[in-house]
Write a protein that binds this ligand. Structure first.
Ligand SMILES: [Zn+2]
Length: 405
């Protein structure tokens, strides 16, 4: 008699729901993007349990975050204001200014539910990672890396990355020798075009003393480019080696990212994290309206897909992939669908034709999955990249010294 073999594949938790998709699609900076992302993933068959023989997907319904969950990081005053639906129409201007709820972060109908559900989605992903078979979780609606403790900023109303990192920090790790469980080490890697100011500022100073959390943001930085921050520069001998930045010049291509990645690997090897959180903002991809970098989706060394494959296939420990920026919605949907297939251990071909589905016409004119590089010149010179490598060699050595103490 035949008996069914138990499914021993590791699980990729994909956090999504109709409610999350609807509320996330209201985000003023990314109207309807969430709907494109999840419908393309479904149309490509990524939600089928048979998609990959290596890992299997589990669709996880996000739980809405309660006030107490959000208050773990955000101030009571900010939450009282942003969660109160009456403020959308009648909120006073002074408070809107105080809490950053103006200009690029206007209050919109449903903003309170948005904050609760997007914050809750990333926290649900963390909770799912506690299950032994779940090695990897994905929350493309998360990754709001500019939100601050007491104000919204840069299209970000809820600091879900920071909340997720704080939740991961509370999980205990068993020790191989069977001794008392220890607190985990977590690495936050940010691949968005913009500096992860909200997250880096949240843990600056604290990480240096606890050595439990390291943030590393690869981004563009220049005078006048958002967001301004002294932490967005290359590490120096005096800077905190647990708060790292790798700024790149305009036109950064996969060739440049392949060299930058060696710096990431050096830091990862010495820090040896138990958890890795990657903010996969896709506004550095070619074709984004930001038009600063010329990064390609894959599959060559240094491409976004190649970098994520290194994280999910070569690094030990559990991983959480979050979304972020990305202002060409069909390209963001292409990129995150492709990264989901990489996370499942079965990368789709970039020649894959977009299947016929509700949003099909938006994928014109190519109607394929790829987001190829354009012809922008890469301004990252060999001399500059040598400077970057030297700065990161020194930072990696400093991390090693601190951790040996
Ligand atoms: Zn961005």
């Amino acid at each position: 008699m035949l008996t069914a073999e138990p499914d021993t594949r590791s699980v990729v938790a994909y956090v999504a729901s109709l409610d999350l998709m609807k509320i996330s699609s209201l985000l003023p900076s990314n109207k309807n993007r969430s709907a494109l992302v999840h419908t393309l993933a479904r149309a490509l068959g990524l939600f089928s349990r048979e998609f990959s023989s290596k890992r299997t997907i589990a669709l996880i319904q996000p739980q809405s975050a309660g006030f107490t969950d959000l208050n773990t990081y955000h101030t009571k005053e900010y939450l009282d204001f942003v969660l109160d639906p009456s403020n959308v129409d009648t909120g006073d201007e002074a408070s809107k200014t105080e809490f950053g709820l103006e200009d690029d972060c206007p209050l919109f109908p449903g903003v309170g539910d948005y904050v609760r559900l997007v914050g809750g989605a990333s926290l649900t992903a963390v909770k799912t990672l506690r299950q032994p078979r779940c090695e990897l979780a994905i929350c493309w609606d998360g990754g709001r890396h500019h939100a601050q403790k007491s104000h919204a900023a840069g299209f970000c109303y809820v600091a879900d990355c920071t909340l997720a990192l704080m939740a991961l920090r509370r999980l205990m790790q068993p020790t191989p020798t069977g001794g008392l469980p220890r607190k985990p080490r977590t690495m936050y890697l940010d691949l968005d075009l913009h500096f992860s100011d909200g997250v880096s500022h949240a843990f600056h100073h604290t990480s240096a003393t606890s050595q439990q959390l390291l943030t590393l943001s690869i981004h563009h930085a220049a005078p006048g480019f958002y967001p301004p921050s002294p932490l967005a520069a290359l590490p120096t001998p005096d800077s905190d080696p647990f708060t790292l930045s790798l700024p790149l010049c305009p036109g950064a291509s996969s060739r440049t990212f392949a060299r930058a990645w060696q710096c990431v690997e050096r830091v990862h090897a010495v820090f040896d994290p138990d958890y890795v959180v990657v903010q996969c903002g896709v506004d550095g991809l070619a074709g984004d309206p930001c038009a600063i970098f010329n990064w390609s989706l894959g599959p060559e060394p240094g491409s976004l897909g190649w970098c994520i494959a290194r994280v999910v296939n070569d690094w030990r420990g559990k991983k959480l992939l979050l979304g972020g920026g990305g202002y060409d919605s069909p390209n963001a949907a292409r990129a995150w669908a492709y990264l989901t297939s990489v996370a499942l251990g079965h990368p789709l071909s970039l020649d894959t034709v977009i299947p016929d589905h509700a949003h099909f016409p938006l994928y014109a004119p190519s109607f394929v999955l790829d987001v190829p590089a354009g012809n922008m010149q890469d301004q990252n010179s060999d001399a500059y990249l040598c400077t970057v490598e030297a700065a990161f060699d020194a930072a990696a050595a400093a991390i090693g010294e601190r951790m040996a103490k």
